[in-house]
Design a protein around this ligand. Sequence first.
Ligand SMILES: Cc1cc2nc3c(=O)[nH]c(=O)nc-3n(C[C@H](O)[C@H](O)[C@H](O)COP(=O)(O)O)c2cc1C
Length: 389
Amino acid sequence: MARHWADFQYEIYLNGMAGAVPRLPTDLTRLEELAEQRLGPGPVGYVAGSAGSGSTARANRSALERRRIVPRVLRDVHERDLSVEVLGRALPAPLALAPVGVLSIMHPDAECAAARAAAGQGVPFVLSSASSTPMEQVAEAMGDAERWFQLYWPRDPEVARSFLNRAEAAGFGVLVVTLDTPLLAWRPRDLDQAYLPFLHGVGTANYFSDPAFRAGLAKPVHEDPNAAVTHFVGMFADPSKTWPDLAFLREHWDGPIVLKGVLHPDDARRAVEAGMDGVVVSNHGGRQVAGSVAAADALPGVVEAVGDRLTVLFDSGVRTGDDIFKALALGARAVLVGRPYVYGLGLDGRPGVEHVIRCLLAELDLTLALSGHATPGTIGPADLTEGPG
Ligand SMILES: Cc1cc2nc3c(=O)[nH]c(=O)nc-3n(C[C@H](O)[C@H](O)[C@H](O)COP(=O)(O)O)c2cc1C
């Protein structure tokens, strides 16, 4: 019998009889406010902040909220199974932790704590290129649990090749290539505080530990950290890349490749033509293009264009179990969640991330059941209607 994630609520009520209530709210939309109160303004601004006035982040939320579920009744939902197959992998639920850089600004245990929490629940952890912990160390913390590597495609092909070799050797099974960040966007919350951790050598662990990167330095990192940071800044992204360049990744990565940051159906078609295995419909949580189409509004067009030819994943704005239900109904195979788990990490370390995963999946399980479904496979556009706003 598959795990009933909804049972988490009974665990909470039973603990309550022994006098314990959850340390973090079970309504995950409240985590941001709590993080604002308890954590430092620099790190919280970096995580909560978005591009420009924040209009895209708000649009992400309202595009999900505007869509309303139409529950069905008298269907057998006694036994339920949230498991899905994604990119040839059997996952216990349609959820992965999104790649988020520099987690050490939120908690000293950083990526290892989040990765262990994901591993404990069987949820894939997507490690950012900009992590504060080298990929090999995160892999070690995860045992043989499912892990994916997110590539910020470095300008230097030797460093790119080295990252791919290292990730493959460390057991990362899927390559997620983020394409919406060829430049850092205009982010007023960071600008107003002049806060950018990378300039202090935080979030550069994969680079500073990389032999190909280090080969480009005149002195070892510890002898001239400023030169290492300058080298990183010049290397981090490459705005001159175009579609034919994807052949390089195909050549150097054996497993599935997923392009993250696809919003236009034509770009999704090009991903198919380039032999990619999946796309993540995402606007980077509203952090790149202010005034952008909401991710949930872009999702149906991408699904219609390529949904039968590659795996369509979704992120940007997911905060609750019903948000996941809606993304699946719009055609996503699974979703990635970003900020909520990062707040969970900042507020309570590994248990905080576990809390976020279990709340999301308990709520998804209940939403599924209470809407008349026993598996994600039966959800579709007919389960949604559009509310007034
Ligand atoms: C603080 C922060 C750092 C991020 N760093 C990365 C990153 O290193 N690589 C990447 O592909 N996406 C990164 N993202 C984007 C997430 O992967 C994801 O697309 C986004 O958080 C989803 O939106 P949500 O936060 O509304 O769930 C970051 C997001 C945040 C909030």
